[in-house]
Design a protein around this ligand. Structure first.
Ligand SMILES: NC(=O)C1=CN([C@@H]2O[C@H](COP(=O)(O)OP(=O)(O)OC[C@H]3O[C@@H](n4cnc5c(N)ncnc54)[C@H](O)[C@@H]3O)[C@@H](O)[C@H]2O)C=CC1
Ligand SMILES: O=C(CO)COP(=O)(O)O
Length: 335
């Protein structure tokens, strides 16, 4: 009889802990926490109170603060640290990971200097390993609470996704597959910026029509950039595109949406991020996305206004006035 597959999740924030609590229902799972106190609390109390409050995690979940040990145990490695920490975390384990171990990213941000997507950073740090991602409309706390949700495992080789799919699926967590890694990954990255704009709309009390406009035109921007970069435009109509966009723009629990709302209600960007105490990837990713939009010659007016707001160059009210001044073109114009 073959032994079970060991899933190792790096990053015991809200999402890494949640994904570990899904996979542990199917297979042995070890979670790496940078903070030893978090690892101890997960092992002894089955809670991660810093990120998931009082919620009880499933039985069998194990945690460690020993990164090398975690990497050596992995048959499947899941990367759940924020985008700014991916490279430095993986460089430390390049010699600990066994050959061919598949690596799955949960990360929804870009590396600022290189403009690389997380799967590209992973491929650089861990050459030779199959790389993919798990993404979709997945607000962590709702999934730990047991509400139904769905996600996509995206890998270039569909056989790898087929092998990974059952490790994360549960009776209430449906896992689909997609071979469009670029499209799925960009959806998760870009929706964070539109969610900041949506939060700003909420903070300005501008109404649901405005919010729907931001959502629909935001999706148009996401799809334009994705298609120009080589993604399948249909991917943006799926779970990792419009699905994640809706969840993040509408949910009171979305950190990116909350940052936008806090800024519109008068906080500085720094105050809004500090108040959150968790990662809001869209804040750091907005300038990198705008650099990409310039590289590829793609017009992204909503992202441009969000970039100006997070850089402190415009207030949310000015950003919305700026958007109103734009002359609308054809609804499906590509530039
Ligand atoms: N929370 C959610 O609902 C979802 C989050 N994501 C994505 O998952 C990624 C991780 O986010 P969350 O777990 O939500 O963040 P979080 O803010 O809840 O936790 C961040 C975790 O990363 C660790 N960390 C921070 N800096 C680090 C460093 N330099 N080195 C090593 N570890 C470090 C922290 O100690 C903490 O454990 C992000 O890219 C996020 O966009 C994706 C889907 C859902
Ligand atoms: O990606 C997410 C939901 O799919 C989480 O969004 P936030 O990071 O804005 O909370």
């Amino acid at each position: 009889m073959s032994r079970p597959v060991n899933v190792v999740v790096l990053g015991a924030g809200s999402w890494g802990t949640t994904v570990a609590s899904l996979s542990v229902r199917n297979t042995p799972t070890l979670l790496w926490a940078r903070d030893p106190d978090v690892a101890v609390e997960i092992e002894t109390d089955r809670r991660n109170s810093r990120y998931l409050g009082d919620r009880l995690l499933p039985e069998g979940i194990r945690a460690t603060d020993d990164l090398g040990r975690a990497a050596r145990e992995a048959d499947v490695l899941v990367v759940g640290v924020p985008s700014h920490a991916v490279r430095m975390t993986l460089m430390q384990i390049a010699n600990d990971l066994r050959a061919w171990v598949p690596v799955l990213s949960l990360v929804k941000g870009l590396e600022p200097e290189s403009r690389l997507r997380p799967t590209e950073v992973i491929a650089q740090c861990l050459p030779g390993h199959p790389v993919g991602l798990l993404a979709g409309p997945n607000i962590a706390s709702e999934i730990v609470d047991g509400f139904a949700a769905a996600a996509v495992v995206a890998t270039q080789d569909d056989r790898v996704a087929s092998a990974l799919q059952p490790l994360f699926a549960t009776a209430v967590f449906r896992v689909y597959r997609n071979t469009d890694v670029l499209g799925c990954e960009l959806g998760g990255v870009l929706k964070n910026i539109i969610a900041i704009a949506s939060g700003m709309a909420d903070g300005l009390d501008v109404g649901d029509n405005t919010r729907a406009m931001v959502l629909a035109r935001g999706l148009a921007e996401m799809t334009r950039l994705g298609e120009t970069m080589g993604a399948n435009p249909r991917t943006f109509a799926g779970l990792t595109g419009v699905g994640d966009l809706i969840a993040t723009c509408m949910s009171p629990r979305s950190r990116n949406r909350r940052v936008g709302e806090s800024i519109a209600r008068g906080m500085t960007v720094q105050e809004a991020v500090a108040d959150l105490g968790q990662v809001a990837e869209g804040v750091k990713t907005a300038p990198t996305v705008m650099a990409l939009s310039r590289d590829y010659g793609v017009d992204m007016p909503i992202a441009a206004e969000v970039e100006a707001v997070v850089a402190g160059l415009r207030s949310p009210a000015e950003a919305y006035r700026g958007l109103r001044r734009l002359a609308p073109g054809g609804e499906h114009d590509v530039a």
